[in-house]
Write a protein that binds this ligand. Structure first.
Ligand code: ATP
Length: 361
């Protein structure tokens, strides 16, 4: 199967749910540009045939002011009940007791795998031609364990935790994903030349899993600094990148830059029991509330979500409508060189969806 034959934004874990039942989904609009991009995505989804019962939950800065916590229990309870959430970026004010509400949601729901497809979109100029990468980031440990303390004034320790269990678990996720989606190779990214024990254990664990898939999937390793250089020289030499948490965060923003920026890249946080779909970008306070944000990243996150729910036909229609709007180049948000508002861009996609619906009748 060639890369061209492969469906964009592939299924993560298809479920047994049939298309006739409304899907109960938790919706967390979040902070900053979150509510605007969420409104835009809801509008596009409302023009599809997918039946969704939205359970809206608020988390973040405003909730903290009202309820004294940025992450009320009801938010996590709702995701636990529905199994699936679509989420905007959440800000974490100082003094809430949380390092990051986004990180806490992943931790509390054990969403151990972060999957970020980075694909070139048609109609957009970028320096790198046809980028088609999958970034798979371990989501639960590393420097995100939150173990930081001041040893004595002027000396701080931040602990990087790597375990065999979590490393093998993310490696297994990556290799099973590669097998299912007919991907060719996985590159583990590390700094084991310096972090001989921590990243050494990560590599050792990944190698053990790679060995079990060696007939089907090529396995390589690259040091994170060299991997970054090779990514900007020639991204097409990579297929799936597998990284511990911190390098995964940094390298996936780098990869977003390869295809036109943070407004374009979606992600899925996957655990054994739950899945939360969100854009790679944060709250972008510099452009919040001005209808300047590009909703594509959250829209493509919702496409990942639809595939997870086995709603592949409507997911394909959304991607086709988005491609049409981008290729026409008439209605684009400012990050893509246009002047359209967030909602006008969403309306253009909805118009394409409806046009496509009429022409199919
Ligand atoms: P946070 O602290 O929540 O991560 P941040 O501003 O540090 O927020 P991002 O939100 O990831 O980081 O955004 C970095 C920059 O990328 C923003 O300042 C904004 O200019 C741009 N950006 C991010 N998301 C979008 C988007 N959806 N559309 C257009 N530009 C975006």
């Amino acid at each position: 199967m060639s890369k061209d034959d492969r469906a964009d934004y592939n299924a993560v874990f298809p479920t047994e749910l049939g298309p006739a039942m409304p899907h109960p989904i938790t919706l967390i609009p979040g902070d900053g540009i979150g509510p605007e991009v969420t409104d835009a995505v809801l509008f596009v989804l409302s023009q599809t045939t997918v039946q969704i019962e939205w359970h809206r939950q608020n988390a973040g800065v405003k909730v903290f002011e009202q309820e004294g916590t940025p992450l009320p229990d009801t938010v996590l309870d709702s995701v636990r009940q529905n199994g699936v959430a679509l989420k905007g970026p959440i800000g974490t004010p100082i003094g809430t007791g949380f390092r990051s509400v986004n990180v806490e949601i992943r931790r509390a729901l054990d969403l151990y795998a972060n999957l970020r497809p980075v694909l070139s979109l048609p109609g957009l100029k970028n320096r790198f031609g046809d980028v088609d990468l999958i970034v798979i980031r371990e989501n639960t440990e590393d420097l995100y364990s939150g173990l930081e303390h001041e040893v004595v004034p002027g000396v701080v320790e931040s602990l990087k935790v790597i375990t065999k269990t979590a490393s093998e678990r993310i490696a297994r996720f990556a290799f099973e994903y590669a097998r299912r989606e007919k991907r060719n190779s996985i590159t583990a990214v590390h700094k084991a030349n310096i972090l001989k024990l921590g990243d050494g254990l990560f590599l050792e664990s990944v190698r053990a899993v790679a060995q079990q898939f060696k007939e089907e999937i090529r396995y390589n390793e690259k040091i994170v600094d060299a991997a970054s250089m090779h990514l900007v020289l020639n991204p097409s030499q990579f297929d799936i990148l597998l990284l511990p948490n911190l390098y995964g965060d940094i390298v996936s923003d780098l990869c977003a830059g390869l295809v036109g920026g943070l407004g374009l890249v979606p992600s899925a946080n996957i655990g054994k029991d739950f899945a939360v779909f969100e854009a790679v970008h944060g709250t972008a306070p510099d452009i919040a509330g001005q209808q300047l944000a590009n909703p594509t990243a959250l829209l493509l996150s919702s496409v990942l979500m639809l595939r997870h729910l086995n709603e592949n036909a409507e997911a394909d229609r959304i991607v086709a409508a988005l491609h049409k709007v981008l290729t026409a180049g008439q209605v684009l948000t400012p990050d893509l060189g246009g002047t359209a508002t967030t909602m006008k861009f969403a309306e253009a996609i909805a118009n394409e969806l409806n046009r496509n619906q009429v022409s199919n009748q």
